[in-house]
Design a protein around this ligand. Structure first.
Ligand code: KIV
Length: 272
């Protein structure tokens, strides 16, 4: 009998931190991409609520619903067999003032979305939510710094933790999330020295996006690094492909073949 496929666990995350192995992560929103991400060897992927912006064209993540998250996550779960699947709990579906609803949201995300862990945005105020979910056997990734679900409180997509006071708040938030049982914390748009400092204080891995190289791992949004939006590239992202160009070129060739009558050829057709 062949041995079962090993899927990354939260214990592997901790081991990777102990061994100082950088953790590479990427967002993923659909079945074919999940297969490729999984084959490439990423230990974990995030079904991020960024899908509201990069897949659905919304101007923020606020309109993403739990049903949308589950729909995408279930497709990803059918494609990724080895990577740990982490799903974002979307805007206003969890809060410290309603732990019962938070638990129900996470239950649906895990059971219907097929994820192995959830991610919640927010600092110290989110510690009770993390604690309640972890107590129910749900692995939780925290997310501090720029938290897009609070964009209207923050007032814009900008670097967080620049003042001494804000830096102290982020340090306290990271510690509170670790204490509450989070297995990892995303640091988004945090000055690199501060992110490095936070990473050195925690025994759980930090995953950075726009937080410099001192984090234990990195995450990027798939559409950013694959160049699906030619007119926009955040400062923290690096393009590894220009897929928009590739797709346009391929579509143009297909379009022209149909118009000129050179597709389909006999090899694409059936005699009877
Ligand atoms: O939704 C998302 O893609 C995220 C990452 C940017 C960390 O939360």
């Amino acid at each position: 009998m062949s041995s079962p496929i090993h899927r990354t666990t939260i214990h592997d995350f901790r081991t990777m931190k102990e061994r100082k192995q950088h953790i590479a992560m990427v967002t993923c929103y659909d079945f074919p991409t999940a297969r490729i991400v999984d084959e490439t060897g990423f230990p974990a992927l995030l079904v991020g609520d960024s899908l509201g912006m990069v897949v659905h064209g919304f101007d923020s993540t606020l309109r993403v619903t739990l049903d949308m998250m589950i729909h995408h996550s279930a497709a990803v779960a059918r494609g990724a067999k080895k990577a740990m699947i982490i799903i974002d709990l979307p805007f206003a579906t969890y809060s410290a003032s309603d732990l019962r609803t938070s638990l129900e949201t996470a239950r649906r995300a895990m059971q219907e979305g097929g994820a192995q862990a959830v991610k919640v945005e927010g600092g110290r105020r989110m510690a009770p939510v993390v604690g309640a979910l972890v107590a129910s056997g749900i692995p939780v990734m925290g997310h501090i710094g720029l938290t897009p679900q609070s964009i209207h409180m923050i007032g814009g997509y900008r670097v967080q933790g620049r003042s001494e006071e804000a830096a102290e708040r982020l340090i306290a938030a990271a510690k509170a999330l670790e204490k509450a049982g989070a297995f990892s914390v995303v640091l988004e748009l945090v000055p690199a020295p501060l992110a490095q400092h936070i990473s050195s204080l925690l025994s759980i891995p930090t995953i950075g996006i726009g937080a410099g190289s001192g984090c234990d791992g990195q995450i990027q949004v798939f559409h950013d690094i694959m160049g699906l939006y030619e007119d926009f590239l955040p400062k923290h992202a690096k393009r590894y492909a220009l897929l928009a160009n590739e797709i346009r070129g391929a579509l143009k060739r297909y379009h022209d073949d149909v118009v000129s009558g050179s597709f389909p050829g006999p090899e694409h057709s059936f005699d009877r």
